[in-house]
Ligand binder design. Structure first.
Ligand code: GLC
Length: 783
């Protein structure tokens, strides 16, 4: 009995919790300035304050050494030269850029970050930065009564995260994702605070297990990590959009995806043979249901060995891929990081012989159980491994594959801890570190390696990657799906705030498994979910082994017809969606947005979970409960036209909207416009005709938007092969004016004009296009 020995009074048994457990950074002793960096020597540690831009400041606290400023896997931008003005008093030092004001109290060291008008963004009072001798670091910030929190990557629960506590530790969770289920697969240690219509952001760039606590205390929130430095950035905003632009200025934007990746994807764990895949494709074609990609889950492989095909089930993958391609369908195979421990398997041999797998410090390879049984894991923190893994994808690209689905890359391991032993050592570009430190970036680095390989091998075509795990910056390489959800109405509901918060966390290309992964779906749920899916950035139907098949026709013609209508609608909206993805690739702004992003002064939008926006002028208000055909829809200020009926609704009001199973309420803001096309066939996809639907207002309204188009699959747009129209729509009592303010790019598209369809034109209201009264045929010319 250990308790009968001196072990009973082991010092480690003493429990100290809360703030008392931490040492405070203490009083400021002295400081010095070099370039854009200030180094503060405090009684119990050192702090660096570094200005990145006028809007972005970085704070790094290290209790032991001088703070290290390099080595981030998330941040890809260097600090700019920023003009900083200093003011001194006996109590405080004030540092000012044109957009930020930092007040540094000296005794003890306390930091307040204000905007340039002195409005507080983040503040420390009796508590500030602290640490434990065991390595934990923490920052306490004052929580204002009016604070609402968003972002945090992939979290269940509601849109507004006030009152929640979250952990960042990439985790494989097959168990149902409840509101309390945390952590999940992605770690994006970033959030945005919205306070009285103004927003600011914080990015805590620490790859250890981190915790964000907006719950435990009334007047403080905190973020803490198990180890490493307290290294965070503050973004000044002040609009939700500018916060996100500032965050993605540091961590990067998504690359423009190939158009096919924005289409409909069909998946199943698993389509198990070539014959089954061909039959699937045939069904889509015969039914005229659009399909851009079929995903191959783990059964395509030989004994779950990555970079192989099972010879019996898939005897001729090259031919299959080619034949499907001729029908307008791409094949996206799953690739997991675990490499089967098998001395006769070339990938395992190469990994062992080339010293490419994760190892213990003592030198032996770490093996963990995944689908193929005991497996080794490539050490993606090593440049050599990156190249190897990327190059290995020639196996797929040579067969005509342009997209890869990466799963289990938390990495997931079938054991108690659900992942790799945290004591495993990663090479980390010459600065070895444990898995405990680098766990959260394993997925990000796998994406980086895979993207690099595909980019090289695809001869100028754009790769598509889908990932389950990631860290801040994941948007640079891959789309994210939200893992193993279930065929529950509650999970359909939850997917909206989840994808919106991913969008607010810099990852705009995201979506859940439509229809639900585990559990048996049903006709009504699948139909309603497919309607929503048609408007979520990533649109894939996927279901699990052992549960009902859920392809769109599985529940009979009545439902198949409705789903077909919505999947086709996805393609009709493609010019609009593609323009928004282009915008995301330039600015970081998500395609699918919470209403608060466009209406930050309207408190009603602050926790609006069951409606979302597509761009800045479309509101989607799906039915998210069974047996219901009416719902309340809140429309913010302005006037809104229902897309399917043309009925006009007043904004700043809640309306009861009727929607039979074949309808999903969509509203377009009056005075604005959207770009549409027609569905043709799976081979051709959309028609060459583009139509601008202009929603006429008879009040003074002015709206500007960008229409973007290019070849949809190569990087030629980087060499100016695109068309970009900067369009203005101006309405008043007498007229609706449409002006192309600017055309950029030197692609001359097949369409020489864009049809203009004016919805809701009043009698006597003229349509003026580029300054001239339009005749019968309303078109905008494209050069
Ligand atoms: C994981 C994935 C799921 C996939 C399955 C088999 O559960 O999340 O999407 O189908 O593994 O590969």
């Amino acid at each position: 009995m250990l308790e009968d020995t001196s072990f009973a009074i082991h010092p480690g048994k003493e429990q100290v919790t809360g703030i008392d457990a931490y040492s405070d950074i203490g009083t400021l002793l002295n400081y010095k300035k070099t370039d854009n960096k200030y180094l503060f020597q405090c009684k119990n540690g050192q702090v660096v304050i570094q200005f990145y831009t006028d809007f972005i400041v970085r704070v790094v606290m290290n209790p032991v050494d001088e703070p290290k400023l390099s080595g981030s896997k998330a941040v890809i931008t260097l600090p700019e030269t920023v003009t900083v003005k200093e003011q001194q008093s006996s109590e405080a030092l004030i540092l000012k850029t044109s957009k930020l004001e930092l007040v540094i109290k000296k005794s003890p060291f306390r930091l307040t970050v204000n905007d340039h008008q002195g409005r507080e963004l983040i503040a420390e009072m009796d508590r500030g930065m602290g640490f434990k001798s065991t390595g934990e670091v923490i920052a306490y910030k004052v929580m204002n009564e009016a604070d609402h929190f968003y972002g945090f990557g992939e979290k269940s629960g509601h849109l507004d995260k006030r009152g929640e506590k979250y952990e960042m530790w990439n985790t494989d969770v097959y168990a149902p994702h409840n509101p309390e289920t945390d952590p999940l697969y992605e770690s994006i240690p970033y959030f945005m605070t919205l306070r009285d219509g103004r927003a600011h952001g914080v990015f805590f760039d620490n790859t250890f297990r981190t915790i964000f606590d907006m719950k435990s205390e009334e007047h403080y929130y905190s973020f803490q990590a198990e180890g490493g430095q307290l290294d965070y950035y503050v973004f000044a905003g002040p609009e939700p959009k500018s916060v996100l632009e500032q965050y993605t200025h540091l961590t990067g934007k998504m690359p423009l995806p190939p158009k096919w990746a924005l289409g409909y994807h069909q998946s199943r764990y698993s389509y198990r043979s070539e014959a089954e895949v061909r039959e699937l494709a045939k069904n889509f074609i015969e039914r005229d249901i659009p399909l851009d990609a079929v995903h191959l889950d783990i059964h395509y492989m030989n004994g779950y060995r990555v970079f192989t095909f099972d010879q019996e089930r898939f005897p001729n993958p090259e031919k299959l891929i080619k034949d499907l391609r001729e029908l307008g369908i791409r094949v996206v195979p799953i690739v997991d990081p675990g490499v089967k421990k098998d001395p006769e398997y070339n990938i395992y041999q190469e990994g062992v012989n080339g010293d490419l797998f994760c190892k213990y410090i003592e030198g032996h390879i770490y093996h963990g159980d995944v689908w193929p049984g005991p497996s080794a894991f490539p050490d993606f923190t090593d440049e050599k491994v990156h190249k190897w893994w990327g190059d290995k994808h020639e196996f797929y690209t040579k067969l005509g594959i342009e997209g890869i689905w990466n799963d289990m890359n938390e990495p997931a391991v079938f054991n108690e801890t659900k992942t790799m032993d945290v004591e495993v050592i990663h090479r980390n570009e010459g600065r070895p570190a444990t898995h405990r430190e680098l766990h959260n970036i394993y997925g990000l680095l796998m994406e980086k390696a895979t993207y690099g390989g595909l980019r090289q091998q695809l001869n100028g075509k754009r790769p598509f990657l889908l990932t389950r795990a990631g860290y801040a910056g994941v948007q640079r390489y891959a789309a994210v799906w939200t893992g193993d959800n279930r065929s529950f109405w509650e999970h359909l509901q939850m997917s909206l705030p989840m994808v919106m918060n991913l969008g607010l966390s810099g990852a705009p290309f995201a979506g859940p498994d439509v229809g639900g992964f585990a559990y048996d779906t049903n006709a009504e749920l699948l139909t309603r979910w497919t309607q929503v899916g048609a408007f979520t950035p990533f649109f894939r139907n996927h279901s699990a082994i052992g549960f009902k098949n859920q392809e769109p026709w599985q529940f009979g013609e009545k439902y198949a017809t409705i789903m077909k209508k919505y999947i086709q609608m996805r393609y009709e909206w493609m010019p609009q969606l593609y323009s928004l993805f282009y915008q995301a690739s330039k600015t970081g702004l998500p395609v699918m947005r919470p209403l608060l992003m466009e209406f930050p002064d309207d408190e009603k939008t602050y926790n609006m979970n069951d409606q979302f926006m597509i761009g800045d002028n479309v509101i989607v208000a799906p039915i998210l409960v069974p047996s219901v055909t009416d719902r309340a829809v809140y429309l913010p200020a302005g006037e809104w036209i229902e897309f399917s009926t043309g009925i006009v609704y007043e904004g700043a009001e809640t309306h009861l909207i009727h929607a039979e199973l074949d309808e999903m309420p969509i509203f377009v803001k009056k005075g604005s416009a959207i770009m549409q096309t027609e569905w043709i066939s799976n081979i051709v996809k959309s028609s060459k005709n583009i139509t601008m639907n202009v929603y006429a207002s008879d009040h003074d309204e002015s709206y500007r938007f960008t229409f973007y188009d290019d070849d949809g699959e190569t990087f030629e747009y980087e060499k100016n092969a695109f068309v970009e129209l900067d369009i203005e729509v101006k309405s008043n009592e007498d007229s609706v004016e449409i002006n192309v303010l600017q055309q950029k790019g030197n692609l001359s598209p097949a369409y020489k004009e864009i049809n203009v369809n004016v919805v809701g034109l009043k009698e006597g209201q003229h349509v003026i296009i580029n300054g001239e009264n339009s005749g019968e045929k309303r078109v905008v010319p494209v050069k």
